[in-house]
Design a protein around this ligand. Structure first.
Ligand SMILES: Nc1ncnc2c1ncn2[C@@H]1O[C@H](COP(=O)(O)OP(=O)(O)OP(=O)(O)O)[C@@H](O)[C@H]1O
Ligand SMILES: [Mg+2]
Length: 646
C-alpha cells in the first residue's frame, strides 16, 4: 500500500501519542487499582480496630468471654455497620477454631466461616498481576485480620471480608474515564498532527505543482515560497532552474522551428525510415512523391517494386552502411501516389544510415536531389555572372559616352555664343544668367554628373533664327540622352548593401515628411497603420528610403484629384514583415500590369520609368518579395515583404 507523506506523518505522530497514552493509562490504572485496594484495606483495618477496642472493653472480667461478646449490643452494632462499609462483605469475631462467636449476621454465629486469603497478599503483588487478580473470573473474598489475645494467649480473630468483585466494580468506573481521556488525547493528536502536516507539506505541494507544470512544458514557471527556511532556498533554486530551462527550451524551440522550416522549404526530398522500413518523417517535397497518409507505413507499401528510393532504403537497412549518391531516373508514379516527379525525372539519391553510439541502426535518412533543378540553378548562376559582366561593360560604356556628351554641350554653347556675336546682337549675358552653368567657367568637360539645363537662346536675329533653333534642339536631345544615361548608370551600378536594423515607422515617417508638400497640394490624405507594432527590419536605410519614396510618389501621382495613401505593416510568417502601400488612385490598366517593373516603362508624360525598376531591384537585393494588385479606377496596392532584423 502506498502512503503519502502526510498519511505517514499523521500515522507516526498518532502511533507515538497512542503508545504514550496506553503506557500512561496503564500506569494510571495500576496506580488506581493499588489505591482502591489500599483504601479497602484501610476501611477493613478501621473496622477491625473499632471491633478490637469494643472487645477490649467487654471481655475483661467475664467468665464467658465469647458469650459476653455475643451479648454486647455495642459490638453487634459495630459488626452490623460493616454492611455499609464500601467493598466490605462481612465482619466477625471467630474463635481459634474459626467458628464465628459474634458476626454481622447473627444466623452465622456458631458456624465456621469459610477460609479466605489475606488482602495484604494481593496488595503486595506487582501492578499487572494485581489487575489480573481483580479481574480473575468470578472474583474472591479476601480478609483483613486482627488477632484477639486474652492473658497473652490467642483467644480469637477479628475477620473483615473484602470482595474483589466490589473492588472491580469501583475500578471499572475509573477505567472508563481513563479510556475516554486516552481516546480524546489520541483524537487531538491526530487533528493537530494533520494540521501541522498540512502546514509543513504546503511547500512540497507547491513544488510538486511547479514541477508538474514544468513537465507539461509551461514556460517561466515560478514558485512563491517564504524565503526564511530551507523550502525558501529550494524555491529559489527551483526558480533559477526553471528560468534556465525556459531559456533553453525557447532556444531549442527556435532552433527546431528553424530546422523544420529549413527542411520543409528544402527543394530536396527528405524522408526518414525506422529500421523496420516504416516511414517516420517526410518533408513536403518528398510527400508529393508518396501516396496520401504515408507516415507509419512500410516503404514497400509506399513505393513500387524497383523504385530506386525503395531499393536504397532496403540496401541501407540490410548493410547498415550509408549509400549513394547515385543518379537514378524515377520510374513511374508510385502506388496511389501523389503528384510526384514526372516519369524519367532524374534524381541524385543518398541514403544515410543513422546509428547510435553503439553503432546500432536507428533508421535511414533518404535525400533525393533534383538534378535538373540543380542544372537550372547552375545555368541561372552563369547567366547572372554574364549579366553582371555585361552590366559592368555597359556601365563603362555609359560612363565613356557621358564625356563626349559634355564636350558636345560645351561646344554647342560656344557655337551659340559665336553665332550671336557674329550676328552683332551679342550682348553677352553672364554665364549664370542664361543657365549655362559650368560651360564658360569649367574649361574642360565634366567627368560625370547632370548636364546643365538647356540653354534658352536669346531672341535670334531673323537671319540666325533657324541655326539657333537647331542648336537648341541638339542641346535638348543631348540633355535627354544624358538623363537616360544617368538612370542607366544608377540602375546598373552594383550597390553595396549596408544592412542594419531599421525601424519601419521612422523610415516611413521620413518618407511621409518628404512627400508632405505634394500630398497637400494634391489633397492626398496619408494614413499609417501598425508601423510601430512590427519588429525592426533588416536593410539598407538609404536604398529602402528611396524605394518607399518612389512607391509613395507613384501613389500620389496616381491621385491627381486627391484620395488616400495608406501605408501599413504586419508581421508575417518566416520572420518577415509585410508592408502595404495602398492608394485610391486611377489604378493600372491590366495590359500594363506585367510591365510596370520594366526599366523605362512609363505612362506619365514626365516619367522616366526608372522608379519601380529601382524598387524591384532594391527589394530583390534585400531578399524580399514584391507584388502588386490594382483595379483600374479604384486604386493600387503594393505588398512588399522584407526580412526581420536578427
Ligand atoms: N500607384 C500607382 N498607380 C497607378 N499606376 C502606377 C502606380 N505606380 C506605378 N504606376 C504605373 O507604373 C509606371 C511605372 O512607374 P515608375 O515609377 O517605374 O515610373 P514613373 O513613375 O512613370 O517615372 P519615375 O521614373 O519618375 O518614377 C507608371 O508610369 C504608372 O503608369
Ligand atoms: Mg515613379
Amino acid at each position: 500500500m502506498h502512503l503519502g507523506i502526510k498519511a505517514k506523518q499523521v500515522g507516526g505522530v498518532s502511533l507515538i501519542v497512542g503508545l504514550a497514552v496506553v503506557m500512561l493509562s496503564l500506569l494510571h490504572v495500576t496506580f488506581v487499582a493499588r489505591v482502591l485496594l489500599e483504601e479497602s484495606r484501610a476501611r477493613g483495618e478501621l473496622l477491625a480496630n473499632t471491633i478490637f477496642q469494643r472487645a477490649k472493653d467487654v471481655v475483661p472480667g467475664q467468665a464467658e468471654p465469647y458469650a459476653a461478646l455475643r451479648a454486647d449490643g455495642g459490638l453487634r452494632a459495630i459488626l452490623e455497620s460493616s454492611a455499609f462499609a464500601r467493598n466490605v462483605t462481612y465482619a466477625a469475631i471467630c474463635n481459634v477454631d474459626g467458628v464465628a462467636v459474634a458476626a454481622w449476621d447473627p444466623s452465622r454465629e456458631g458456624n465456621r466461616l469459610a477460609p479466605a486469603g489475606e488482602l495484604d497478599s494481593l496488595i503486595a503483588m506487582r501492578g499487572l498481576q494485581q489487575l489480573l487478580s481483580i479481574y480473575s473470573s468470578g472474583g474472591e473474598t479476601l480478609e483483613v485480620r486482627q488477632p484477639l489475645l486474652l492473658g497473652g494467649a490467642k483467644f480469637g480473630t477479628i475477620r473483615i471480608g473484602v470482595s474483589t468483585l466490589l473492588v472491580r466494580e469501583e475500578f471499572s468506573g475509573e477505567l472508563w474515564l481513563v479510556g475516554a481521556t486516552g481516546l480524546v488525547a489520541l483524537l487531538i493528536a491526530i487533528v493537530v498532527s494533520a494540521s501541522f502536516a498540512q502546514l509543513i507539506l504546503r511547500p512540497i505541494h507547491v513544488i510538486r505543482g511547479g514541477l508538474t507544470r514544468l513537465g507539461r512544458g509551461e514556460f517561466g514557471v515560478r514558485l512563491d515560497l517564504p524565503q526564511q527556511d530551507e523550502f525558501g532556498e529550494l524555491g529559489s533554486f527551483f526558480n533559477a532552474a526553471s528560468a534556465k530551462l525556459s531559456a533553453d527550451r525557447s532556444q531549442l524551440a527556435g532552433q527546431k522551428a528553424n530546422l523544420q522550416s529549413a527542411v520543409e522549404h528544402m527543394e530536396d526530398e527528405v524522408a526518414i525510415f525506422n529500421p523496420a522500413g516504416e516511414l517516420l518523417f517526410a518533408n513536403p517535397a518528398m510527400l508529393t512523391t508518396l501516396p496520401p497518409e504515408p507516415l507509419g507505413r512500410p516503404v514497400d507499401d509506399l513505393l513500387t517494386d524497383g523504385h530506386p528510393y525503395r531499393d536504397l532504403v532496403h540496401a541501407t537497412i540490410r548493410e547498415k552502411q550509408s549509400r549513394g549518391p547515385v543518379s537514378s531516373a524515377i520510374p513511374r508514379a508510385t502506388p496511389g501516389g501523389g503528384a510526384g516527379p514526372a516519369e524519367g525525372a532524374e534524381r541524385l539519391v543518398m541514403a544515410h544510415a543513422i546509428k547510435d553510439r553503439d553503432q546500432q541502426m536507428l533508421g535511414v535518412m533518404l535525400v533525393a536531389r533534383d538534378v535538373q533543378a540543380l542544372g537550372r540553378v547552375q545555368s541561372m548562376l552563369n547567366y547572372s555572372r554574364k549579366l553582371v559582366a555585361l552590366g559592368r561593360l555597359s556601365a563603362g560604356v555609359a560612363h565613356e559616352v557621358k564625356n563626349p556628351l559634355n564636350a558636345m554641350t560645351i561646344h554647342l554653347e560656344l557655337l551659340k555664343q559665336k553665332l550671336l556675336s557674329a550676328s552683332g546682337a551679342g550682348r553677352r549675358r553672364p554665364v549664370a544668367e542664361d543657365g549655362g552653368v559650368g560651360i564658360a567657367t569649367a574649361g574642360a568637360p565634366r567627368a560625370a554628373g547632370p548636364l546643365p539645363a538647356p540653354v534658352e537662346p536669346e531672341a535670334p536675329r531673323p537671319d540666325l533664327g533657324p541655326a539657333l533653333e537647331h542648336v537648341r534642339i541638339i542641346v535638348g536631345e543631348i540633355q535627354r540622352l544624358d538623363q537616360v544615361m544617368q538612370g542607366f548608370l544608377k540602375f546598373t551600378r552594383s550597390e553595396d548593401l549596408k544592412l542594419q536594423a531599421i525601424s519601419l515607422s521612422s523610415l516611413i515617417d521620413d518618407v511621409v515628411r518628404v512627400i508632405g508638400p505634394e500630398c497637400t497640394s494634391a489633397k492626398v490624405e496619408v494614413i499609417t497603420d501598425g508601423l510601430d507594432r512590427v519588429p525592426d527590419i533588416s536593410g539598407d536605410p538609404t536604398m529602402l528610403r528611396q524605394a518607399f519614396l518612389n512607391l509613395a510618389l507613384n501613389a500620389v501621382q496616381a491621385m491627381p484629384t486627391g484620395g488616400t495613401l495608406r501605408v501599413s505593416a504586419a508581421s508575417a510568417r518566416g520572420r518577415r514583415v509585410e508592408i502595404r502601400v495602398e492608394d485610391s488612385g486611377v489604378g493600372i490598366k491590366p495590359e500594363h500590369l506585367g510591365r510596370i517593373f520594366d526599366l523605362y516603362f512609363t505612362t506619365r508624360k514626365k516619367g522616366s520609368g526608372i522608379g519601380l525598376s529601382m524598387v524591384y531591384r532594391t527589394v530583390q537585393l534585400h531578399d524580399g518579395e514584391i507584388e502588386v494588385q490594382s483595379t483600374e479606377g479604384h486604386g493600387t496596392t503594393f505588398r512588399i515583404s522584407l526580412p526581420q532584423a536578427p
